[in-house]
Design a protein around this ligand. Structure first.
Ligand code: UT7
Length: 323
């Protein structure tokens, strides 16, 4: 027997405003054709003025709780992955906790940029299997539109805003790879690569700053590191690529997603793809894709899923779970 963190609810929220690629043609030397062919992105959502990360996160959390048939009363902890919290402190997670009317338990943010949701899932799993929480709300929420340099065509066309959430619950499994729930994780970071993807501001430097990225360098690391972390996590569960029903990747670039699937020897039929509709929503992209994948009827109970992500740090990792 083994305690497992099983997904019992999933939900997402996207801000109302949809921005097609053509909008950028008005102000930048770019084209719908370039953005589509180099990244796979066709549109993205941007938060309204005054709409914050904790607003998006609360909406996604409510959707996940409704899907699980639970209320905030039933939740022991909230782990929220974000790099774009409303305030320097308190955490966006405690703001969501208050908005949900939850006056017990604990809540905190995890910051691992685009790999944030994989890090949050892994931490939530650790809380559950070590007996510190029975049900954890795991959220990825971002408003990257707030840190774009709108004059930099190489970055501002790539990102979007949104939020997704899962409810994880402690259930008893057999201790085999046939169990439902999180089966294995693999987390990595290497701070030597800071300059490839970072925000050139922050509290300690007295500014908010803008996202800076050497896209082609990040691209090169991504395909290699994502396939490797996915295979490492699968190996830890005693599984291989051929056991995978769905890769649910971080949605940064369709060419990275295709390259990773190819390296893993899996066809695109086994990949949940949402990058065309959401752009890169950083820590929100995996829970958004899980929620949309379930809505589309792609992800079904019992399916073996591997999620993988890489971002600023560099930080990267993978989680293997059975839905
Ligand atoms: O989520 C965190 C992880 N982030 C990622 O995974 C992003 C990884 N990187 C990428 O997705 C891709 O590298 C990009 C989509 C950012 C860029 O694609 P690329 O094929 O690597 O292009 P590139 O950066 O090598 O640039 C090619 C050309 C350059 O022109 P020159 O120097 O060859 O004349 C750029 O200036 O494309 C130009 N370019 C653009 N042209 C039109 C860059 N951005 C644009 C644009 N419109 N928006």
């Amino acid at each position: 027997m083994a305690g497992r963190s099983v997904v019992v609810g999933v939900g997402h929220y996207l801000p109302e405003r949809i921005v097609p690629n053509s909008e950028f043609e008005k102000t930048l030397d770019t084209s719908d054709e370039w953005i589509r062919s180099r990244s796979g992105i066709e549109r993205r959502h941007f938060a309204a003025d005054g709409e914050t990360t904790s607003d998006l996160a609360t909406n996604a959390a409510e959707a996940a709780l409704a899907d699980a048939g639970l209320t905030a009363e039933d939740i022991d902890a909230i782990v929220l992955a974000t790099s774009t919290a409303d305030l320097t402190f308190p955490s966006a997670a405690t703001m969501v906790q208050a908005r949900l009317g939850m006056t017990h338990g604990f809540a905190f943010d995890v910051q691992a940029v685009c790999a944030g949701f994989v890090f949050a899932l892994s931490n939530a799993n650790a809380l559950i299997v070590s007996g510190q929480a029975k049900r954890v709300l795991v959220i990825g929420a971002e408003t990257f539109s707030r840190i774009m340099d709108w004059t930099d065509r190489s970055t501002c066309v790539l990102f979007g805003d949104g939020a997704g959430a899962l409810v994880l619950e402690l259930q008893e499994g057999e201790g085999t790879a046939q169990d439902r729930g999180i089966l294995s994780t693999d987390l990595n970071s290497d701070g030597r690569y800071k300059d490839l993807l970072y925000v050139d501001g922050g509290v300690s430097t007295q500014s908010t700053g803008h996202l800076r990225m050497q896209g082609n360098q990040v691209f090169r690391h991504a395909v290699e590191k994502l396939a490797k972390t996915a295979e490492t996590a699968l190996g830890r569960a005693g599984l291989g690529s051929s056991d995978v029903d769905w890769i649910v990747p971080h949605q940064a670039n369709i060419r990275i997603i295709q390259g990773t699937a190819k390296k893993m020897g899996l066809p695109m039929d086994n990949v949940v793809v949402t990058v065309q509709d959401h752009g890169n929503t950083s820590a929100a992209s995996i829970p958004l894709a899980l929620s949309v994948g379930k809505q589309r009827g792609q992800i079904k109970p019992g399916d073996l899923i591997v999620t993988e992500a890489i971002g600023g740090g560099l930080a990267w990792g993978a989680v293997v779970l059975r839905w």
